[in-house]
Design a protein around this ligand. Sequence first.
Ligand code: BG6
Length: 609
Amino acid sequence: MCGIVGYNGKNKAIDILLDGLSKLEYRGYDSAGVAIREKDIKIFKSKGKLVNLKEKLSNKRLNGTCGIGHTRWATHGEPSENNAHPHISNDGNVTLVHNGIIENYLELTQKLKKHGYKFYSETDTEVLANLIDYYYKKYKIGPIDAINRTMVRVRGSYAIAVMFEEYPDEIWVARKDSPMIIGQNEDGTYLASDVPAMLKYTRQVYYIDNMEAACLKKNQVIFFDLNGDVITKEMKTIEWDITAAEKEGYEHFMIKEIHEQPEVIKKTIGSYINNKTISFEESGLTKEALSNIKQVYIVACGSAYHVGVCAQYVIEELSKVQTRVDIASEFRYRKPLLDKDELVIIISQSGETADSLAALREAKSRGVKTLAIVNVVGSSIAREADYVLYTLAGPEIAVATTKAFSTQLIVAYLFAIELALSKGQITKTKYNELLKEIEKLPTSVQSILDNDLKNIQKISSEFSYKQDAFYIGRGLDYAISLEGSLKLKEISYIHSEAYAAGELKHGTISLIEDNTLVIGVVTQEDVYEKTLSNLTEVKSRGGYILSISPENIDVKKVSNYSIKIPQTLKYFYPSLSVIVLQLLGYYIAVSKGIDVDKPRNLAKSVTVE
Ligand code: BG6
């Protein structure tokens, strides 16, 4: 998720572009760049936050009134000046900025190389610049046909803004799945990934739809469909104030990121499953490497550790490969017994957490192969691991992780399935069945957000005075209860513990008294009755039970409040029950008036020991 902006009018473009980018930095902040039309197109790029680019431009006199800009969240190619946008075609005919992911960029790179194109960056975006140029030259056609042919040829998501050498007073845009709005006022025309970037200049906007393009002239915008025919668009008025806009109207980044989960889960699945087959090739984790793994050791911190606990159950059940999981701050000092044929998996959203990085280095120093499941491209853990599988959650602003957690679960499932197949532990039929079910998860998550959110909001307000809470479950339900409990603690400051349901009677049940809040996660059919009797034990001691279960599991008789989630295969229920657990934590915290995005004493990434 990057931020793109553009302006074409009568004022100096550079000020408007830099201002717009500063309002979009929540979308990505690892590098930035602008292209300004002076006599020719001038491009300036820098690594790191926008302030670095501003410094670089501070002594430049740029009077051009037409330009495009970009603030990056790396997906393909580490954050660097070379990989920063704008990107240009070989001869500079095409200059563009892009937000999204071109899934078939490797195939297109080979095609263009056959036609003599050379590539200077590791990005999927540079391919777009050359592909548009390729069609532009091959068919000697104008911008709209070159862009439309490109839209037909590429697979993935994109919002692009393009400047053509031979069309000095025009900016061309197109989109599919990535956001873009176009604005206009008496001073010119504007484009941006999101409203905050242009609210200062205009509230009059157009919404461009998927597979549509437009030409931004100094005083008009012309829209085109995929046939290149001109289409009309209705101008809309934006009511929001700037801060609300950055959160797209949501009260907090956390609830915004909770709502982004269906999309980012879909993106993450799409980046690894192609033609009903999982591919980790880009990471170097070949089928052969997978089949040689004798043991797996997952190491992480905080919520990422809880993904590891879930993954342990799924990896062992599907692939029969022994899997251990450990907290990084313990792993790094307890001299773990590691085996040469072992794979140490480090899970981290930021890729910079000190204990997890040290655990990675510890494993490497012992000659053991390491796999990083990371959200930040180019982060230390990503750079130092032998293999990297990126999650595509985009930038996560709220300290308490939600969408990154969900995308880490997806990558863990895909790893377990591919390992199981490479070990011959599952058939191709089972493999296909599992992938089919995973591809249903974005819709199921969306249905929880659509159908249950209001109920969860209502019931949560009844718990804001609670001092304690317990989360119980068996197997994968116990694993995800750990995350539910942490979410509540992190943002509501209510003390809570997660317990393996069968363990409760060996001590902690002494804490259960009238109205003690107990959240029972009951999705695993094979241990359903066992969990039910544990909930009955709690109920008989006065506990207030809020249960989370699918339709086919009946826990009504022990529940004071029951939340139903869509059905799926047993391995994947953490991806659904966690949505309810996140919403519970969020709404209980909000009902206590807490700033959930920046909870006390916590940081998004702990880069010190
Ligand atoms: C904490 C964050 O600082 O670090 C948690 O508040 C996170 O949300 C944990 O789970 C681990 O961070 P990371 O970036 O390594 O996943």
